[in-house]
Design a protein around this ligand. Sequence first.
Ligand code: CO8
Length: 260
Amino acid sequence: MTFENLLYAVEDGIATVTVNRPRALNALNEATLKELICCFAGIRDDDAVKAVILTGAGEKAFVAGADIAEMQSLDAVTARRFAQLGHQLAAAIEELSKPVIAAVNGFALGGGCELSLCCDIRLAAENARFGQPEVNLGVIPGFGGTQRLARLVGKGMAAELIMTGDMIDAAEAHRIGLANKVYPSAELLPAARKMAAKIASKGLVAVSFAKAALRDGLETDLSRACAREADLFGLCFATADQKEGMQAFLEKRPAKFTGK
Ligand code: CO8
């Protein structure tokens, strides 16, 4: 797959998607959002891809938000459509059966922070900065920030970030649970690849069911969520990977998963 505003590479079953507009700190314009949606559809359909890393080009930014120059002239109708495009991308990432790791290599602001929130795991470089600065522009987060940030770090912390527009550094993001781990910049992508490879070595049907249970469970009450988990747990027993995983344990050897 080739794109104007993205770099795309697959190595050893791990796809790396790099938002590539460094001159605008990788800000998301409409064209880039459409390319990301198209890219994740391709990833969904490519059996060779087992895990995904999402990052930004250059040393300064993951994604510094939606493209303010492009957004400036939107009206109520076109702004809603733009936000819906963001939600379409969020759904493509969250409904993907493969794990997606955000490697946050600098500014993750506004739509950039929200993009990282759609990913399953966020790893941050020491120079990462997270924030929802929309109030500084007279708007609110429009790509799920008010919802996903509150679900991840709690309503009070989300309210503080969204209402003050303050940026936080990687250490603080880690402290509040927004970043899973923090690495020196040069170690971020190798660490993301290592984690992606580790997940890709597991039973991938189980990994996708775990992703679905986590995602769907947070959308509903505890008893329905546990029922969903039980359904998916049961379905695991229809897979070859369950048989291989348990057999391998009992035979004291590493499992050879096939993703079936
Ligand atoms: N949009 C467009 N251009 C941007 C953006 C952006 N979000 N961020 C940076 N740029 C551009 C700058 O205009 C500048 O361009 P130029 O060189 O042509 O003047 C270039 O990138 C470099 O930026 P700076 O010179 O400003 O670099 P600094 O190191 O001085 O500052 C900052 C870095 C602090 C990141 C600063 O650029 C900044 O504050 N950027 C804006 C951050 C922001 O407010 N983001 C939120 C945008 S609103 C949003 O995301 C709402 C999402 C809701 C809907 C989304 C649907 C998908």
